[in-house]
Ligand binder design. Structure first.
Ligand code: ACO
Length: 420
C-alpha cells in the first residue's frame, strides 16, 4: 500500500478505494469513485485553490505575504511596494519601484463622467454602496478589460484599478460631505494624494506625516489575507471570466457585510452603545448570554491573537499621540482585558482581530464610521488583484460552481391557480 494514501471503506457496500494524500489534503473528486460528494457549508475544511501569495498559521498567529512576515512589511514597506510584492512575488528593486510608482501616478485620473453618477447618489448614501457601483461602472469605460486572456491587458487593468481606486474612494468621501471633488495631484505620493483628495479644503491641506504613515501601515496590514470571504468572491466571480472591475466590485460587496469588512464600523457602534467603561462587564455578560457578539473579536482562521491586531495597537499609540486620546479607546481596552480573562472567550479562542482597533484609528484620523470599510477595500485591493491573476493563471481552476444536496420536494403535478 502506498504511504501517502488514504483508504476509504464504504460500509454500506464493502467497497474500498485508496486515494492520494498530497499536501495534507485529499481531492473531493476522488470520492466520486464511491459515488460520494463532500459536504462543507461555508468551506470550513475545504481548500479551493493552491496559492503562493499569503501564508497564515492561525494557531501561531503568523501572517506572511510571499514569505515576508507582516511585521517586517509593516515596518519597512510602502503600500505600493507591498502591492508589487503581491503581484510579482518578489520585492521590487529601487528602479522597479520608481517605475511602478510613476506608472500608477500616470493613471490616477478617472473619467469625469464618474462624478456624474456619484452626484446621482443621495446625500446620505453609504460610501460602500457608492464605491461598489462606481468601481463596477469603470468596466464600461475600459472595454479592453474583457481581454482577460491577455497578460498585458490584465496588467494594465491592475495598474488602472490600483491608481483610480483612491480617486474614487476620495470622491465618495467628498460626496458624503457635500464637498467639491478634488482631482489627483502628481507631485504627491500614493497615500499623500489620497489624503489630499479626501481632506483638502480651499486648495489647502497640511499633511501630517505620522498619520499618513499610520494609514499606510493599516493598508499594508490589510493588503491580503488568503482565501477570505471577499477574495473568494473575487475569485468566484472572476472564474466566469468577467472583467476585473466587475470581479473586484463583487469583492467590495462581500467586504461590505458586517461579519467581514463591516466589522470595524460595527465595533465603533458597539463602543458607542456601551458608552462608559463601567458598563463593560454588563455588556460582556449580554454577549455571553447570546445577545449579540463582541464585534472585532474572533476569526475563522486565527485562534490566537491576530498578528495584525498587535501591530495596529502600536499604530494606535502613534496616532493618539498626535490626535489626543479617544475615550472609546478606554472602553475598548477594558473590553479586551475582561474578554481575554473570561472563560467564554478563552475557551472559544476568541481574540481581538484586525478590526478591533482599526476603527478607532480611522475615526481619530477624521474618517466617519461608515467610511471605514472603504479604507479596508483600498487596502485589500492588491490582494484581490493578485489572487485574481493567480486564479486565471492556474490551469486547475475552472468556473467555480459548487454542488448541493437537494432537500426539496419530489416531482409533483402543477396545480392550476383556480384549483389552489
Ligand atoms: N462574540 C461572541 N461570541 C463569538 C464571537 C464574538 N465575536 N465570535 C464567535 N463567537 C462564538 C460563537 O457564538 C460560537 O459559540 P458556540 O460554539 O457556543 O456556538 C463560537 O464562538 C464559534 O463561532 P463561529 O460563529 O462558529 O465562528 P466562525 O469562524 O464562523 O466566525 C467570525 C468567525 C464571523 C469572525 C465571528 O468570530 C464573528 O462574528 N466575529 C465578530 C465579527 C467580526 O469581528 N468580524 C471581523 C472578522 S475579521 C475580518 O473580516 C477582517
Amino acid at each position: 500500500m502506498a504511504e501517502d494514501t488514504l483508504t476509504i471503506r464504504d460500509n454500506r457496500t464493502g467497497d474500498e478505494v485508496e486515494i492520494t494524500i498530497s499536501d495534507g489534503t485529499i481531492r473531493a473528486t476522488d470520492l466520486r469513485q464511491l459515488g460520494l460528494m463532500s459536504y462543507d457549508p461555508a468551506f470550513l475544511n475545504t481548500a479551493s485553490t493552491r496559492s503562493g501569495i499569503t501564508y497564515i498559521d492561525g494557531d501561531a498567529g503568523i501572517l506572511r505575504y510571499r514569505g515576508y512576515p507582516i511585521e517586517q512589511l509593516a515596518e519597512h514597506a510602502s503600500f505600493l511596494e507591498t502591492a508589487w510584492l503581491l503581484f510579482e512575488g518578489e520585492l521590487p528593486t529601487r528602479d522597479e519601484l520608481a517605475a511602478w510608482e510613476e506608472e500608477v501616478r500616470h493613471h490616477t485620473y478617472v473619467h469625469t463622467n464618474v462624478t456624474q453618477f456619484l452626484d446621482g447618489f443621495r446625500h446620505d448614501a453609504h460610501p460602500m454602496g457608492m464605491l461598489l457601483g462606481a468601481v463596477a461602472a469603470l468596466s464600461t469605460f475600459y472595454p479592453d478589460a474583457k481581454e482577460i486572456g491577455d497578460v498585458e491587458s490584465r496588467r494594465l487593468q491592475r495598474v488602472r484599478l490600483i491608481a483610480k481606486f483612491p480617486t474614487i474612494a476620495a470622491w465618495v468621501f467628498r460626496h458624503s460631505r457635500g464637498l467639491p471633488y478634488v482631482f489627483p495631484r502628481n507631485d504627491l505620493d500614493y497615500i499623500g494624494n489620497f489624503v489630499n483628495m479626501t481632506f483638502e479644503i480651499g486648495g489647502r491641506h497640511e499633511p501630517n506625516p505620522v498619520l499618513q504613515r499610520a494609514l499606510e501601515i493599516l493598508l499594508v496590514l490589510h493588503a491580503d489575507h488568503e482565501q477570505n470571504a471577499s477574495t473568494n468572491a473575487v475569485r468566484g466571480v472572476g472564474s466566469t471570466q468577467v472583467d476585473p472591475f466587475s470581479a473586484v466590485s463583487a469583492g467590495i460587496a462581500a467586504l461590505y457585510g458586517p461579519l467581514h469588512g463591516g466589522a470595524n464600523e460595527a465595533v465603533l457602534r458597539m463602543l458607542d452603545e456601551i458608552g462608559t467603561v463601567d458598563r463593560v462587564p454588563e455588556f460582556i455578560e449580554s454577549v455571553k448570554a447570546g445577545r449579540g457578539r463582541l464585534m472585532g473579536f474572533g476569526h475563522r482562521v486565527y485562534k490566537s491573537y491576530d498578528p495584525r491586531a498587535k501591530l495596529i495597537k502600536r499604530v494606535a499609540d502613534d496616532v493618539f499621540a498626535q490626535t489626543g486620546l479617544n475615550p472609546k479607546l478606554e472602553i475598548a481596552l477594558e473590553l479586551e482585558r475582561i474578554a481575554l480573562e473570561d472563560d467564554y472567550f478563552v475557551s472559544r479562542k476568541l481574540y481581538p482581530n484586525v478590526d478591533f482597533y482599526s476603527g478607532l484609528i480611522y475615526q481619530a484620523m477624521g474618517y466617519p464610521t461608515d467610511y471605514f470599510t472603504v479604507l479596508f477595500a483600498l487596502g485589500r485591493l492588491p490582494g484581490w488583484l493578485a489572487q485574481w491573476e493567480e486564479m486565471l493563471s492556474d490551469p486547475e481552476q475552472k468556473i467555480a460552481r459548487p454542488r448541493q444536496i437537494y432537500t426539496g420536494s419530489e416531482e409533483r403535478e402543477f396545480v392550476p391557480l383556480a384549483q389552489r
